[in-house]
Structure formats: C-alpha cells, structure tokens
Design a binder for this molecule. Sequence first.
Ligand SMILES: [Zn+2]
Length: 194
Amino acid sequence: MGSESPLLESADPFVRGWEYLQAARQLAPVGDVVAISNHIGDRIRICTWIGENICAVNQELLDCLEACHQCFYPAKRPQCHILAVPLASHLRIDALCNILIEPTTILIDVGRIHPPDWLAAVVHEYAHAYLKAPGHDRLFYDVLTHLCLGLGLNTPPLATEALLRHWPPYQPPTDPLAFWLGAPNLVATERGPQ
Ligand SMILES: [Zn+2]
C-alpha cells in the first residue's frame, strides 16, 4: 500500500493484522479508540481477516478520498491519510478525523457503514480535514455542501449543528462486528446485541 497505509510485512495474516491495528492506534487521537472484541476467538478471526483483506478495503477508501480531492483545486486539497479500522463499539462512532497529526488522518470503521455509504462517511470527515477543525458550523456547512454537490450526494437542508453532525445520513448495520469477522454485506447475524 506504500505510504498511505501501515506496512504489512509479516508473512502471517494474523500477525499482519495485529501489526496493522497497532500502527493504526498510533494514528488515533487516543489509542483505545481503535479496539476489537475481547472474545479471543473473534480477535484471532478479525486480525486474520484484516491481514488478508485490509489493503483492498483501504484502496476503496482511497478511491473515496480521491473523489473528494477532485472537488477542489490541487493547492486546496488537504494532506490526508485514510485507514479502515474497527472503532471501540461503546463509543458508537463510525468515523473520525484526527486533525492533531500531520498528515491529517481519517479513520473509518467500515464495519459500521454499508459499503455504498462509505463515500458519505469519507465526505463528512474530509470536510473536517479540509477545515482542520472539529466543529459543525457555517464553514463546515459550506465545505460539506460543496463536496455533496460535486459528488452527487444530497446537500444538507439546514446549517444547524445537530443536522450537520450526521450529514450525509446513512443507515447503520445491525452488527458492526460482522464485517470484521469476514462477513461483508451481512446485515443481521446470530451474534446478538453487542
Ligand atoms: Zn463531524
């Protein structure tokens, strides 16, 4: 994946996945934001799945990031990395933008967002990266509206903080862990509530 992603050097998929998560933790505002299940069997499955599949997932996120870049002249584009990571379930956040590090790093929990909505999640975080600001104010509204118009997404109808915080809207999956356990597109499973 080159400089866009932590190096995945080990030949063992489980070790590669574990190393990826360690590297991703360094890029989060607080390390324990990046977290996986405490269940040992799940941990092994998730790390192994990451080791085998994360480069392909990150490439899809890079395509979303590039689409955002195309909405702005090159000189205006923020320096930005993007990574797929599982975020701690108790936080109930799908994505975040760490503006405290260079380059700005967007972390997306692709398990909490259906693949067709990944672009919407990236667009929201990209607006934060563009402004280098965490707020959902009038400036955020302007940048988000610019991105939505450029990418064919619904524009926010109001510039209120409560609405902008969750724009563009999308449906959350019922089981955020299912994707990381290797079951993409699985909406409901037998695992029960998290
Ligand atoms: Zn936001």
